[in-house]
Write a protein that binds this ligand. Structure first.
Ligand SMILES: Cc1cc2nc3c(=O)[nH]c(=O)nc-3n(C[C@H](O)[C@H](O)[C@H](O)COP(=O)(O)O)c2cc1C
Length: 233
């Protein structure tokens, strides 16, 4: 009798241990399946070819975020990635590279600022349209980005015709690029002209006086209210 009880107890313990083991192993594989699914979907997005990007719509490529949730720091974005500033409409637009600028709060609103030489053609279109975009790109697009900083659109339209980047209209009618990782859309608030008398460091004063020598005008500081921010999905 004692032996029968022992045998039944041993069988029960064995069954419980087996159930726990099977559940643990199945659960483990389920978690890994879930992880694999997530990794696959990230990989799918990050490995889109240029052709695949071109074929997708603005809505397929980008999602809206709040300006306070911009995922990278402003210093890296502006002075390492560099901003592509674009103004115009679908019939005529122009882009330039900017390495001086940033964003913060002005008149209680999320606001961008830029320091632009007065003769930039993009600045002319910004004045005309009263809106523009900042776009930022991953390093693989660095050559495409730099090409916007080598020629003025005032001298012809080759710069915009020859780019491999795909211009796209934002829902509000601005121009951005499908390959961007971040798009900041702005509405023009103020363009102000710097004056040498307002500078307190020799380096900055010399810079803007020298620029005046080349353009017959002082640099412009451009403030724009951030109206939309999108990141690539
Ligand atoms: C890395 C880089 C950063 C630049 N940063 C600025 C800038 O902050 N402000 C500016 O006025 N020009 C800047 N430029 C120069 C303009 O991008 C360049 O003159 C461009 O051709 C102007 O184009 P646009 O006349 O068609 O507008 C930069 C150029 C490069 C390559």
């Amino acid at each position: 009798m004692k032996n029968t009880v022992k045998a039944v107890s041993a069988a029960l313990i064995c069954a419980v241990v087996c159930v726990i083991a099977i559940t643990a192993v199945t659960g483990f594989f389920n978690v890994n399946d879930e992880e694999n699914k997530q990794t696959a979907s990230i990989a799918e997005v990050t490995t889109l070819s240029r052709e695949e990007i071109k074929a997708r719509s603005f809505e397929e490529l980008f999602k809206t975020i709040d300006a306070k949730d911009i995922p990278q720091d402003v210093f890296t974005l502006i002075s390492k990635d560099f901003a592509v500033i674009t103004a115009g409409d679908t019939s005529h637009y122009n882009s330039m590279v900017a390495g001086w600028g940033g964003w913060g709060v002005m008149f209680s609103k999320p606001t961008t600022f830029l320091m632009l030489r007065s003769n930039r053609y993009t600045l002319e279109l910004m004045r005309k349209e009263k809106r523009y975009t900042f776009t930022f790109f991953d390093d693989e697009y660095k050559n495409d980005v730099m090409a916007f900083g080598q020629k003025s659109g005032r001298d012809g339209d080759e710069k915009m015709k020859n780019t491999q980047l795909s211009a796209v209209e934002t829902p509000d009618g601005n121009i951005a690029f499908k390959e961007a990782k971040l798009i900041i859309e702005c509405s023009l608030v103020q363009i102000t002209t710097v004056s040498p008398d307002d500078f307190y460091t020799d380096e900055s004063k010399t810079f803007i006086v020298n620029a005046y020598g080349e353009t017959n005008d002082y640099h412009k500081i451009v403030f724009g209210e951030i109206t939309n921010v999108w990141v690539s999905k």
